[in-house]
Design a protein around this ligand. Structure first.
Ligand code: IMP
Ligand code: MG
Length: 183
């Protein structure tokens, strides 16, 4: 049995807020002023981030929001590999697609998302992640917009979870993982 407890704060709510505003401004500047922008949030982890990010975009942009569901974690902090992804991909056709995820880790989720989006003849495809754990990459993929690069530590809060817990935290914190001695 694994037991999990909250570790120190890695990113305070105030610095996340500031960085999300910067990302929103940069994305807005880079996006074409005409045409439809389809923001695709990757559930469940990106729900909090994408909600804040789209509200940085001005009223004159034609922004649409949809969600994809991806799951690869079998238990706790160990990934199972190739993620299962469900989304209404046809919506990407003819649009500027922005894939938004909470964290870029092995890269399997984002590379699968990018491949699926590109098949639908979108006008463009870009990606934005709040966090990037560069050291953990298993496939060659980078996001166009990155909030913070973080070390190889399991983190929770601001939408990110550990076995479903702690998505509601305003700060991003590390998690202490301990293996209980069985007896
Ligand atoms: P990847 O496919 O390995 O890049 O993993 C991306 C997904 O794994 C993210 O969308 C998260 O849901 C999850 N993930 C990876 N690292 C963490 C972490 O430190 N905390 C919580 N979730 C994580
Ligand atoms: Mg995820």
């Amino acid at each position: 049995m694994m037991s999990y407890s909250l570790g120190p704060v890695l990113l305070k709510a105030s610095s996340i807020t500031r960085r999300v505003a910067e990302l929103g401004a940069r994305i807005t500047r880079d996006m074409p002023k005409c045409g439809q922008i389809l923001v695709v949030g990757v559930l469940n982890g990106a729900a909090v981030f994408v909600a804040d990010l789209i509200r940085q975009m001005p009223p004159d942009l034609d922004v649409r929001l949809m969600f994809a569901s991806a799951s690869s974690y079998k238990d706790g902090t160990e990934s199972e590999g190739a993620p299962k992804i469900q989304a209404d991909w046809k919506a990407a056709r003819g649009r500027h697609v922005l894939i938004v995820d909470d964290i870029l880790d092995t890269g399997l989720t984002l590379s699968t998302m990018l491949r699926k989006a590109r098949r639908q003849l979108p006008v463009s495809v870009r990606s934005c992640v709040l966090l990037d754990k560069k050291e953990r990459r298993k496939t060659k993929v980078e996001a166009d917009y990155v909030g913070f690069e973080i070390p190889d530590e399991f983190v929770v809060g601001y939408g990110l979870d550990c076995v479903g817990m702690w998505r509601h935290l305003r700060d991003i914190r590390s998690v202490k993982v301990e293996e209980d001695e069985g007896w």
